[in-house]
Write a protein that binds this ligand. Sequence first.
Ligand code: G3I
Ligand code: 9MR
Ligand code: ZN
Length: 592
Amino acid sequence: MRKKDSSPSLIWKPRTPRGGRVRRLLLFVSGLALYPGCLVHATKNPTLAIKLDQVGYLAGEPKIALVASPARTFEVRRSSDGKAVLSGALGPAATDPLSGDTVQAADFSQLRQAGTYYVYVPGVGKSWTFVVGSNVFKRAYYLAMRGFYGQRCGTAVDLGPEFPGYSHPACHLHGEFHPSSGASGPRDNIGGWHDAGDYGRYMVNSGIATGTLLWTWEIYSPNLKPIQLRIPETGNGTPDILNEIRWNLEWMLKMQDTDGGAWHKQTSVHFPKFIAPEKDTLPSEVIGTGSAPFKGTCATADLAAVAAIAARVYIPYDAVFAARALDAARRAWQWAEKYPNVTFRNPPGISTGEYGDSNCSDERLWASAELWRTTGDTAYHQFFLNNYAAYLPGLDSPATEGWSSMGPMALRSYALSRRKDANADAQAAIRNRMLAAARTIVSATAANPYHVSLKPKDFRWGSNGIAAQYGMDLMIANVIAPNRDFVNTASDDLHYLLGRNTFSLSWVTQVGEHSVLHPHHRPSGSGEQPGPWPGLMSGGPNAGRQDSVLAALPAGLPPEKDYADQTASYASNEIAINWQATLVFLLAGHLH
Ligand code: G3I
Ligand code: 9MR
Ligand code: ZN
């Protein structure tokens, strides 16, 4: 049972023997789906017709809820006593192309008094509760960041008294080389974060996730430094976010061969059943390309980039580790120069996630930017300057970034650098392009009835990661050129993820009163905990419908409806470290 939780927005309680509130909530939700109109009047429960951020709103920022059932007025009521603190008229009805919903806005931006509230709409019902205040997202940040701790592989994990039962003994301790790696025999490659709902560890997805978290630290360290994550290293003198990141960095470094190259992934030969981590006894194979040089360029260049960032970030806390990381980064870079485009496909007999990518030049560009930022060496700088221009269009909205497309991150890194030897023309070209894209996102988001930056084509595998990515891009633009509109629009994307969406659902487990219950996440689905592991973001609606649950949905739905809170829906309801890292960045940018 959670105790002493200062945030009222989290109401998860473990299931009681008789079913308890989870079951009641499910019954209520399924009832609503069957009888959308009548239940809302008959019950005191919140209605899904009102959509808002179930965590809350920063006092100084715009505050909008959306009402998807025709009405005229709304009130904001204090949750302690139901007293109305503000009332107003709903805005005009607008039909949202993403969800098909017709919504009216309840704008209560004037409300600045800290407190816990709900929105009440006569004739429609009341909303989930939310908080208005000065540091509303701190608990969500804590849980989201701690989500990485829960993904740790090769060690026992225990979320402690805050989440009793959320623990597992050490897992995946049997590592070995798969023949595709060019080596054989056992391999001590224990560690890292489980990638997602499966237990694999994949270098390119680790690369973007770890890089994003290191950037989170670099950009927001003053706010993050004091936040303790209650992990085994807490109190060792290093900020906890860096303690957690290091867990994965150590594994990434182990994936480097003596020649400098990095193998692509470490997984079992096929996905295990839905079992707890320690019950998965399939050997953990270091998997390579199947022919010389066996390592892959995308993985190796990502290692170079991430280790280069680590080399500058960890200096004040552990100079020896920082030097080790830099040496690894330089050796990885050299390998990638020698083998500029060794790509990866699953070798015969391997069916785990492929994370295939036909072009590693963007990963190399990212490595050059990070290595230059850390060392100032002209060779890295020159490589960047010779190659960056072709990637400028990738910054335009919608940006192309993702685990297979690191060009935008390479350019953003260069734009963020404050080195004196930076090329002014290159920086100006990148910054201008980023800012133009950010302005485009601001106006497009304002024009969307739900105030979310997503476009119809963004509803693919991991669309929630894309929503968070829009927010992250806006926050980085705000670092380059501070602009209230960039921050407010990034908040809009956060609000979408935390409940202001067609399902009135927070896509982060155990964050918000109505949040995802059945993520495709083996530790959550193995039946050993009372509910999903906390703080994890679901991948979200996916019009690609690559699983049987989505395939069975009615044809022709608007893209945001292509979602199911069901364990079997790996294409819409899995969690993954790359999306999670982007969420962490966005939350970190909203801490005060
Ligand atoms: O590249 C095409 C693009 O040209 C096209 O416009 C778009 C339209 O849908 O599809 C693009 O390809 C998609 C690709 O992701 C890039 O977005 C594929 O259809 C889609 O199947 C692919 O999904 C990937 C998925 O694995 C299946 O391979 C996801 O990006 C990736 O995040 C996901 O990663 C999995 C790992 O394999 C295993 N571990 C869990 C993890 C998360 O689900
Ligand atoms: O659990 C797997 C998930 O991590 C992947 O993202 C997904 C797509 O590669 O595949 C999942 O595994 C499913 C497999 O592909 C098909 N059989 C059912 C598996 C889920 O239990
Ligand atoms: Zn494991």
